[in-house]
Design a protein around this ligand. Structure first.
Ligand SMILES: C[S@@+](CC[C@H](N)C(=O)[O-])C[C@H]1O[C@@H](n2cnc3c(N)ncnc32)[C@H](O)[C@@H]1O
Length: 204
């Protein structure tokens, strides 16, 4: 019994490993061939896989897609979203105070670094400077993909959901970062799960 369990575990780990390679290699290659390799050097807390996943998801959007990112920081996630949105002839709106709001390293002005890091993609990016709740009041486009990575407290995440999710198009994509460890984000996603579930089944 024990030996069967060991073999099954070994097989599972191999399948997972090679499955991962098969799944991620094409997207890595595409990104490298497009000469975007330098974007991996921008400082961020996102893993490489997470950044590539953003890239991959935006590539799956329809032409002329609209992406909104709440929390752009130094632009690391932005350039991955923008590299794909460029191929979709779409546009990304970045919402941030760029004053390092709610970040553990403390307040500082990050806007110049954001502009420098995202400069090569600037035709596809519009920065919307301000608190996400305030910016939401004047934003009136339908969103194809919403990436929420701002203030991770329960209150702030809830208000991002309440103010921005209604602007997401039917069958649009909503992504939360740090759902694994940020208690506030986890709680909000659990509370809103039934709605998200509905969207998923409804969209097939
Ligand atoms: C975790 S960082 C974003 C990381 C970024 N996505 C990346 O790729 O590295 C969070 C960002 O959200 C911004 N932020 C925090 N609270 C905000 C709020 N209420 N409105 C707008 N931006 C906010 C911060 O200034 C910071 O730049």
């Amino acid at each position: 019994m024990n030996i069967f369990l060991k073999i099954a575990r070994l097989l599972y780990s191999k399948i997972k490993y090679f499955g991962g390679i098969l799944l991620w290699t094409p997207i890595y290659l595409r990104f490298y061939i497009k000469s975007h390799r330098q974007f991996f050097d921008i400082f961020t807390h996102l893993t490489k896989k997470e950044r590539l996943l953003l890239y991959k998801l935006v590539l799956s959007l329809p032409n002329k897609a609209i992406v909104v990112e709440i929390g752009s920081y130094l632009g690391a996630s932005t350039v991955f979203l923008a590299s794909a949105i460029k191929d979709r002839d779409g546009h990304i709106y970045c919402v941030d105070t760029w004053s390092n709001e709610a970040m553990s390293e403390g307040k500082r002005d990050t806007f110049d670094e954001f502009l420098k890091n995202t400069g090569s993609m600037k035709d596809f990016i519009t920065p919307l400077k301000g608190y996400s709740v305030e910016v939401a009041k004047t934003f009136n486009k339908g969103i194809d993909l919403l990436f929420i990575d701002g203030d991770h407290s329960y209150e702030a995440t809830k208000s991002d959901v309440e103010n921005w999710v209604p602007k997401v198009k039917d069958c649009g994509i909503i992504i939360f970062h740090d759902i694994g460890w940020a208690e506030g984000v986890k709680r909000v996603v659990n509370e809103f799960k039934s709605k998200f579930q509905y969207r998923r089944t409804h969209c097939g």
